[in-house]
Design a protein around this ligand. Structure first.
Ligand code: FES
Length: 280
């Protein structure tokens, strides 16, 4: 059993939990994910690791209520436990295997949209701990939906906050901020964009034009995280990949977002899932 040692509501329908899972905390790296199960009958829910404390043996997860299982998770309190907490799964962010001295020479831009701030945070923190300053853009629909701002501020070289409705920080989409930064003379060797599919798609269209190589996390299309359900199948260049096994991070300029978003929609209904099975 994996006890919850902290629970916090970050925004409407967005919760943070610290869970005691010593083995996972010992080996996990930024970019990886875990699968939780509330009880024997519970659905498997894949969630990206938002933070980890190797000494305390805890993992921080952030989740948004999107269906019955995540709704059930909100009913768990400090002292309650998850039946399963499996991980770390997926590949670590590719930065983690690069030489620190090489990374220090690069200008890196992180772009987080909505709950995407949760998987971006451990990567920026890892950079900070290794003495690498990075620029970070965090976007949300409104001020109330903005999460992890203080945490991000503590580890980002430069932090740019924007809201779609202009209720806080800059006004407009994350893509507008990228354009502004580039117009101001900033150049980037690589961009990491994590957030809703539509946001990642538009960031990639822009960075392709700006010739900034871009990494995206295809976490949003995962369903069971096991490589079995087929939900996270996507086309990257001319290859078929599974986000939960081959990713979750991919070259954003090669991802077929339209196809992935269509599959994501179809996967939501039983009829759609049956159709997808027929096509495979
Ligand atoms: Fe089911 Fe990847 S999430 S196969």
């Amino acid at each position: 059993m994996y006890p919850i040692v902290k629970k916090e509501q970050l925004a409407d329908k967005i919760f943070l939990m610290d869970v005691k899972a010593e083995r996972v905390a010992k080996t996990c790296m930024p970019g990886q994910f875990i699968i939780v199960k509330i009880d024997e009958e519970g659905e498997r829910i894949p969630l990206t690791i938002c933070d980890y404390d190797r000494e305390a043996g805890t993992i921080t997860i952030v989740f948004q209520v999107v269906g019955a299982s995540t709704q059930r998770m909100t009913g768990l309190e400090v002292g309650d436990s998850f039946r399963d907490f499996v991980g770390p799964l997926g590949c670590a962010s590719e930065f983690c295997s690069e030489e620190i001295e090489d990374l220090k020479k690069k200008k890196i831009l992180f772009v987080a949209g909505g709950v995407g701030a949760a998987p971006v945070y451990p990567q920026v923190k890892w950079m900070h701990e290794n003495g690498i300053d990075v620029d970070v853009i965090v976007g949300s629909k409104t001020k109330d939906m903005l999460i992890l701002e203080k945490e991000m501020e503590a580890v980002a070289g430069n932090l740019y906050v924007t809201t779609d409705d202009g209720s806080y920080g800059r006004s407009g989409m994350v893509t507008t901020v990228i354009e502004d930064l580039v117009k101001d003379g900033n150049t980037y060797d690589v961009c990491v964009a994590i957030g809703p599919m539509i946001m990642m798609k538009f960031v990639c269209l822009l960075t392709k034009k700006l010739e900034i190589p871009t990494i995206v996390s295809m976490n949003p299309i995962m369903v069971d995280g096991t490589g079995m359900c087929g939900a996270c199948r996507l086309t990257v260049g001319d290859e078929v990949k599974f986000a939960c096994v081959d990713g979750p991070e991919f070259d954003g300029h090669l991802v077929d977002f339209d196809q992935a978003m269509k599959r994501q929609q179809m996967y939501k209904t039983e009829e759609g899932r049956a159709m997808l099975k027929l096509q495979e």
